[in-house]
Ligand binder design. Sequence first.
Ligand code: 13P
Length: 256
Amino acid sequence: MNKALRKPVIAGNWKMNLTPDETAALIEQMKPLVADAACDVVLCVPFVDIAAAQAAAAGSNIQIGAQNCHWANSGAFTGEISAPMLKAIGVGYVIVGHSERRTYFNDSSETVAARTRAALDAGLTVILCVGETRSEREQGITQEIVRTQTKIALQGVSAEELKRVIVAYEPVWAIGTGLTATAEQANEVNAWIRALLAELYSIDAANGVVIQYGGSMNAANAGELLAQPDIDGGLIGGASLKAQDFSAIIKATYFF
Ligand code: 13P
């Protein structure tokens, strides 16, 4: 409900793809295609591509984000990048809790909460990813899993800070598999997340939160997904590496 209260956000998650030169070239291709977007447009690029992405996107409506941050501001954490470091180079958004981080790098609900805390403290907007595995869906525990992940990540997050949180529902079984949740399945979970936010904060606060869907979203299925009342945008993997596909998803937000 009250979808009109929220400006949609289409974010690309490039994952571990593209060099700085390739980044600049792809953003140059995208810029004219997305210039009249009716939504916010964000590209979450690898750390080493951030500077090239910012230079290429300067003066356009494309905003640049990162794909993870550490929970400490600084310290002996070899290979890590902190939220204040991202803020210092002008990054506005950071993905936290992506299922690939949870699966391959042992990110837990608790570390996701700590990263969320650090990102909010640094003044970043967090794209908080939650979602069930295939076996969790088959066991009928999707709602519990998504509620628990969301609730733990948001522990200690104030209503004011919630304005800088985007939640991305990404069913793990739909990521990079070509299997998309049906529009009804995706909307059902997004509505559960919004109901939880209403419980934890207020109906008004919940109605202000952008809740995306992610998982094999593409030019062909974006329209139906984005037309759902509780789907306010997308977190796009593979299709965000192709200018035409990404811009077609962005154009699908015109028809809300
Ligand atoms: P795909 O769009 O490639 O399925 O990836 C989704 C995703 O994980 C975005 O964060």
